[in-house]
Design a protein around this ligand. Structure first.
Ligand code: DON
Length: 302
């Protein structure tokens, strides 16, 4: 497996230079674009890696999967009155559907949906970001995971779009807590730093019928696990979810830090990272690496 990962790294590294590092969050624009890492974790505990698999990066929207998991554990089916389960077909930070769909976001992974989920978690926890950080540390089996304050402060400073969505949802009665407080927690979660190994391990429960080996804990039921994987397959890559299904064929979630996690149900969880993004905000080399990997092993679930 590691020889395969190394050959994939060799194949996709030349793509670096064709994408663009996220710069709408100024602190993220500082990252060195010339980086690539990949890690795969199997349900029987084997870890395979290549490139800079132990270099930390900003997990950004990948954090939305952790937030959704925490919300499902507490709210169960009731949460779906406040957020939908359909692909949006629009960019992750688009506002247009929110008004004509009465403040109910299409799914939990676009920013508006993740903000509603953050609002739910804000109602449930006294210190939502710390609850989330403890949860992530447990899932990744790494007590040193932290959030980058420079990044979260930069996101807060340039929050106009996310703040607009949250206030619009408040106007529709779909937001319970103070908007600014929820934004702070949402950005703190997006600014969490992890490496490919941490993320592959942290999402192993999605490949393992909801069970996390490290925390020795049933995180979600087997049924909830298939449901989350279904949502990841249909909406995890935003307006590129169809392209990801076509090219990779696995449940996945991207972040503008350049990370993408993907799940091979009942077998593997993995993470690939390269900071340059394509036009939909997904890692350009990361997509190519997952496509090559899925193709060579025949992993598509479709
Ligand atoms: O709120 C934002 O815009 C960022 N914190 C997260 C966006 C993101 O990662 C989208 N994913 N590709």
């Amino acid at each position: 497996m590691e020889a395969l990962l190394q050959s994939i790294e060799k194949k996709v590294r030349p793509l670096i230079g064709q994408g663009k590092v996220a710069d709408y969050i100024p602190a993220l624009a500082q990252v060195d674009p010339n980086q690539f890492g990949i890690a795969i974790y199997s349900n029987d505990g084997a870890l395979y890696q290549a490139g800079q698999a132990d270099t930390e990066f900003s997990i950004q929207s990948i954090s939305k999967v952790f937030s959704l998991t925490l919300a499902i554990k507490h709210y169960g089916e009731d949460m779906w009155q406040r957020v939908g389960r359909e692909p949006s077909g629009n960019p992750f930070n688009s506002l247009v559907q929110l008004e004509y769909e009465s403040g109910v976001p299409r799914n939990p992974f676009i920013n508006a949906g993740a903000l509603v989920i953050s609002d739910m978690n804000q109602s449930r926890f006294a210190a939502p970001h710390y609850a989330m950080r403890e949860f992530i540390r447990r899932l990744a089996d790494n007590p040193n995971i932290t959030s980058d304050k420079l990044v979260s402060d930069s996101e807060y400073e340039f929050r106009a779009r996310n703040a607009s969505m949250a206030y619009l949802m408040k106007a529709f009665g779909n937001f319970d807590n103070d908007v600014e407080a929820v934004l702070h927690n949402y950005f703190d979660n997006c600014a969490v730093r992890m490496n490919c190994i941490d993320l592959a391990k942290a999402f192993s429960f999605l490949a393992n019928k909801g069970f996390s080996q490290h925390s020795n804990e049933q995180i979600l039921s087997p049924r909830e696990t298939t449901q989350v994987n279904g949502l990841l397959a249909t909406s995890g890559l935003y307006d590129e979810a169809g392209n990801f299904a076509y090219r990779v064929g696995l449940p996945g979630k991207s972040g503008v830090g350049g990370g993408i996690i993907a799940i091979v149900p009942n077998q593997f969880s993995m993470c690939v990272w390269s900071p340059e993004l394509n036009k939909s905000g997904n890692s350009l080399a990361g997509m190519a690496a997952l496509e090559a990997l899925s193709e060579s092993i025949g992993w598509s679930v479709f």
